[in-house]
Design a protein around this ligand. Structure first.
Ligand SMILES: Cc1cc2nc3c(=O)[nH]c(=O)nc-3n(C[C@H](O)[C@H](O)[C@H](O)COP(=O)(O)O)c2cc1C
Length: 222
């Protein structure tokens, strides 16, 4: 039944290493474009993710055009000014010092969409939880993010964007839902800890505080 041999110790360690050393990357992108076959492997990793009812609802737009990236960067700037306005005092100061995108530095960007209206999968699993179509696309993104880390490719997720403006710019039809806008490229290196931790915005939650057994417990909640 199982056509594959078990993973050996080194392979298991590689899986956990990729998970531990994946980072959201916004700086240090190299100018070298990603070769076509490498982009193909990353997209294939995304495309082989689990999906509800096997509907495979994820759609991808590879964006290399500088003019389009510049326009996306402008959409980011506008949203980021509004985000900054929502903070005050020391927090606003800290926010304004954060680097939260690499749209122009990364030679390619990737827009990830979900076709929630797709009939594929015949609605299996979606009658009770329609949101699982979006979850399936998020699984695809995480597959790509981990594969990219293995390939030495940095990925940064940018959500500080007005979805309507972005969808208009990229000619996205109404039946597709924007899930992610990613910046992708070879990088100088991967930081040991999240940027938001490094620059004092937030700290990692201790695993013990988020796990309950048998019934939900607030005992150690963060
Ligand atoms: C749904 C989602 C949206 C995100 N949006 C942004 C963003 O707009 N800008 C940014 O700099 N990072 C963004 N991130 C990255 C997170 O800040 C990052 O994952 C988190 O700080 C942990 O760091 P790590 O990914 O390096 O472990 C996003 C991550 C996720 C999962």
């Amino acid at each position: 039944m199982n056509p594959h041999p078990p993973f050996n110790k080194a392979e298991r360690e590689a899986v956990y290493r990729v998970i531990a050393e994946r980072r959201d990357v916004r700086r240090g992108f190299l100018d070298t474009p990603l070769p076509e076959d490498l982009i193909g492997r990353l997209l294939a990793a995304a495309h082989s993710a689990p999906s509800v009812g096997f509907m495979q609802p994820s759609r991808f737009i590879v964006i290399r055009d500088y003019g389009i990236r510049k326009a996306v960067r402008q959409i980011f700037e506008e949203a980021n000014v509004r985000a900054l306005d929502s903070f005050s005092g020391e927090q606003a100061e800290r926010y304004s010092g954060l680097k939260l995108e690499g749209i122009l530095e990364a030679p390619q960007n990737l827009c990830v969409l979900c076709d929630r209206a797709s009939e594929r999968g015949h609605g299996l699993g979606r009658q009770t939880m329609p949101e699982t179509a979006i979850y399936s696309t998020v699984c695809a993104i995480q597959n790509l993010w981990l594969a990219a880390r293995g390939e030495g490719v940095g990925v940064g997720w940018v959500s500080i964007l007005d979805p309507t403006k972005l969808c208009n710019l990229l000619n996205i039809p109404d039946h597709l839902t924007l899930v992610a806008y990613l910046c992708l490229g070879f990088v100088e290196g991967f930081a040991a800890e999240p940027d938001l931790e490094r620059f004092g915005w937030e700290r990692r939650v201790d695993l013990k505080t988020v796990v309950s057994y048998d019934r939900y417990s607030e005992e150690h909640a963060p």
